[in-house]
Design a protein around this ligand. Structure first.
Ligand SMILES: [Zn+2]
Length: 205
């Protein structure tokens, strides 16, 4: 895929994600794997109003080409996900209310969901009886350290759909733009359901 194609897809995805309220106040960042490396959103721009000048182009090892825009520190975690999951061509990172709150309320190292029909919106999940497990990592401003933790976790429990960062948000991966968008929407729906369920039955249930 050419950089320009990926940038157009991410601009379009950004409008949709912003309308859903999942990237408030310039939060979040998006990226894609391309023929020449990667494209990733620059820091500090409204993700609902992206343009070609709000992207940074990186080569295959993640070095940036000449660009005036500043990369987000979180770019490192995007590159980490691409390294761990060779099939991933897109990473969307959002700061939704549901992902932020749920990742704080769940004290363990993963959010484990079952019983929801909408789990099937995630690639590889074929039944509500399957357990969908999304690992949760404590937030860390040191992205290199966080990336190491994610890599280490992946060695013994491969990451399939994405990861939650506690009190921070979601990173979701996909092979195509439609797959990554579907998985993002599916996970956000499930997070919102789980919060509503916990409000009614309490944390121990
Ligand atoms: Zn973030």
């Amino acid at each position: 895929m050419h950089n320009n194609t990926a940038i157009s897809e991410l601009i379009e995805a950004g409008k949709w994600i912003s309308q859903r309220g999942w990237v408030p106040a310039t939060g979040g960042n998006f990226s894609a794997r391309t023929n020449s490396g990667f494209v990733v959103t620059a820091s500090g721009f409204d993700k609902g109003q992206l343009g070609s000048h709000t992207f940074i182009e990186l080569d295959h090892v993640g070095n940036r080409s000449a660009s005036a825009a500043k990369p987000s520190a979180e770019t490192e975690l995007h590159l980490c996900m691409y390294k761990l999951i060779p099939a991933a061509n897109y990473v969307l990172h959002t700061h939704s209310v549901a992902a932020t709150v749920l990742s704080r309320v769940i004290k363990g190292h993963s959010l484990d969901l079952d019983g929801y029909e909408m789990q099937k919106s995630l690639t590889g999940i074929t039944s509500h009886l399957d357990t969908l497990s999304i690992p949760i990592f404590d937030n860390d401003q040191d992205i290199d350290r966080l990336s190491l933790l994610v890599s280490d976790h992946h060695l013994h429990m491969p990451i399939e759909h994405g990861v939650l960062i506690r009190g921070h948000g979601l990173y979701v991966v996909g092979r195509t733009i439609s797959e990554v968008r579907r998985q993002l929407e599916g996970l956000e729906f499930l997070f919102a359901c789980e919060i509503e369920r916990l409000k009614l039955v309490g944390l121990e249930s």
